[in-house]
Design a protein around this ligand. Structure first.
Ligand code: SF4
Length: 391
């Protein structure tokens, strides 16, 4: 069997710009070199008992995920938190928008904690509420706003979800984007247009490959240009207005690497996330959410070869869990999600030990009006027919 090894560099912070939140924790963090960190995390977790519920996103580091009571994608984790109303503290090992969703879906007495407030998401940060409100006004000025339905990917701030709730729109995940777009297109008759936020790639891949729209019917709204960089005619012709956002991890995978690996590895299966660029998705054998990727690898026969285009912590974990399969990363370079990686053992221990002392640190709280509007958009998603609501 041909083996292409995963890059074996140490876990690093990656190259993405840090979230503009840019705040670190007050007080002293334990040193990363402290040999007792694992024991300290265990002891704090044990002291907190059932008051604590730890959620771990699939893209988290191993050193943190080992303490998760449940692992999953962002929406599954938020729902898992909602299903544990007895847990006073929800420690979310993931990024900021995920902790916001957990706060929206859990009770008012539950506290959601993000161990490092600088764990943002570069994609979610690409659609700021002020930019989106401005775009909405521009769509009104262009005479199309009354036929536009906003759809936002789960990977967006609570403010953007609330915008969709206020304006007749919906939230979607990478598993139900097709159903969400079908729902949106049914809202305003034949003239309906969708404004898809914030990930242009998921929007384009879904509209073109699943709903059959042409690439020409998809236009990109650049929030840094007047009127999104689009003419009135381009807007009038468009069916899907894609916000110019992307995931800095999934956007890196390239079609050339697929060609290169296929030339080297016989019978290679290429499995990618739909946040990847359109030409990558076109060349892949299978496309789906993180949960889909995990299940596909679990069900794959021994000896089969897989190149996976998603975050490296997850790919590395799959490779370790399935030594009988030839699993490789679909990039020439190491590429972790730098903001996911900010949640490390020192931050985790710091958050838990503060809770033991009765101090709630780094609580994520969404204001009541935003929460109510975001819930409207989330509820519309939950009411969609059929597909799973996983991302
Ligand atoms: S992997 Fe991409 S979408 Fe997910 S948190 Fe990181 S930057 Fe955001």
């Amino acid at each position: 069997m041909t083996t292409v090894d995963l890059p074996l560099l140490p876990l690093g912070r990656g190259t993405d710009p840090l979230s503009e939140r840019g705040v670190d924790c007050p007080g002293e963090l334990p040193a990363a070199s402290d040999p007792d960190l694992v024991a300290r995390a265990r002891a704090a977790k044990e002291k907190l008992g059932d008051k604590l519920f730890v959620l771990g996103h699939h893209y988290q580091r191993d050193e943190v995920i080992q303490f998760a009571d449940v692992t999953g994608d962002s929406f599954k984790l938020a729902r898992d938190a909602a299903a544990r109303p007895d847990a006073e503290y929800i420690v979310f090992c993931g990024v900021h928008f995920m902790a916001e969703s957990a706060d929206i879906l859990t009770g008012p007495e539950q506290r959601v904690i993000l161990p490092d407030l600088a764990a943002g998401c570069s994609m979610a940060d690409m659609a700021r509420i002020a930019q989106v409100e401005k775009a909405w006004e521009a769509l009104a000025a262009a005479g199309v706003q009354d036929v536009v339905v906003p759809v936002t990917y789960m990977n967006s701030s609570a403010a953007i979800k609330a915008f969709c709730g206020r304006n007749g729109g919906v939230v979607c995940t990478s598993s139900n984007a097709e159903v969400a777009l079908e729902w949106a297109f049914a809202q305003k008759g034949d003239d309906t247009k969708v404004l898809f936020l914030p990930d242009q790639h998921l929007g384009r891949n879904t509209a073109v490959l699943q709903l059959g729209y042409s690439l020409d019917e998809c236009v990109v709204w650049n929030p840094h240009k007047p009127n999104g960089g689009l003419t009135a005619d381009e807007l009038a012709q468009a069916k899907v207005i894609l916000w110019k956002g992307h995931c800095s991890v999934h956007g890196r995978f390239s079609a050339d690497v697929i060609d290169e690996l296929r030339a080297k590895v016989p019978d290679l299966n290429v499995l990618v996330h739909p946040e990847c660029q359109h030409d990558v998705v076109l060349k892949a054998d299978l496309v789906g959410s993180t949960e889909f990727i995990i299940k596909t690898i679990e069900a794959a026969p021994a000896g089969s070869s897989w190149a996976i285009g998603t975050e490296l912590n997850l790919v590395q974990r799959l490779k370790n869990a399935h030594p009988d399969k030839n699993i490789m990363f679909l990039d020439r370079n190491v590429c972790y999600c730098s903001t996911m990686n900010r949640i490390d053992l020192p931050h985790f221990v710091w958050a838990l030990e503060n809770l033991v002392e009765g101090t709630v640190v780094n609580q994520i709280e969404v204001d009541p009006q935003t929460e109510a509007d975001a819930l409207t958009a989330l509820q519309r998603m939950l009411d969609l027919p059929g597909k799973s609501h996983r991302d």
